[in-house]
Design a protein around this ligand. Sequence first.
Ligand code: CAA
Length: 263
Amino acid sequence: ELVGEFVRVETDPDHPAVAVVRIDRPKALNALNGQVTGEIAVAATRVAADASVRAVVLYGGERAFVAGADIKEMAELTHAQMLEYSRALQNALTSVARIPKPVVAAISGYALGGGCELALCADFRVAGEKARLGQPEIQLGVIPGAGGTQRLPRLVGPSRAKEMVFSGRHVRAEEALRIGLVDEVVPDAEVYSAGMAMAARYTDGPAVALAAAKEAVDRGLETDLDTGLEIERLQFSGLFATEDQKTGMRSFIEHGPGKATFQ
Ligand code: CAA
């Protein structure tokens, strides 16, 4: 299904409950210009709202996940224009981060700048052996502007994030795995299928509970422990208004653990 010229939402017949947000602007290694950014935001809203979608994979094809924000488009912007441009970019990536379902970034090739930042908005990252991740903005005389100074340190810790942001160097898949920047490394040819498999693990799970778990972790990371525990308590108790809780607990009592079939 076409979102626009550069982004499609695809369904794989083997995993019909997983939506693939496919970014396809190969001539610029999927660089995020204003149009691509807008289309990603639309795709995120669409997969978030579609109840038949239970998990999401972000994929950019074999050569590049996304090589960053579009440098050629940005180069001549003024300060005032950049304030709006970066707001749109941040909002689009935040709409990906807020998809209330498990989201996997399947990274083949380059995930640099805005591309690394997009991958950081997924819950999990699978990378090919030759993938390169990084925040090279410093080499352009700027800093990451789509969450890199915020989401990256939350994931890998402040000193590793600073080292990546200060140097702008490319991080290979193997190192990315070691520092927790990616969760799995697979042969390059298997990135897409590994991403699908990772997302498909969750498609039979209780959708409302998965959304609550994601929200509690993500919101909790933004606040103090007491507030986080309160978020957890409200989400946890809220689930007692769901069919899935009835199904899950009844199934345990009648048949033992792990046997429940959720809608
Ligand atoms: N913006 C615009 N165009 C880009 C691009 C980008 N971020 N990345 C690649 N392209 C274009 C190249 O200009 C080239 O176009 P032409 O064929 O018209 O010359 C095409 O994509 C193919 O790229 P290369 O020929 O450079 O391919 P390569 O294999 O030699 O190198 C690369 C690949 C190392 C990824 C290199 O393209 C590169 O360094 N790209 C830029 C990476 C970068 O700096 N990203 C950060 C952008 S700033 C940002 O993202 C800010 C933010 O946080 C919001």
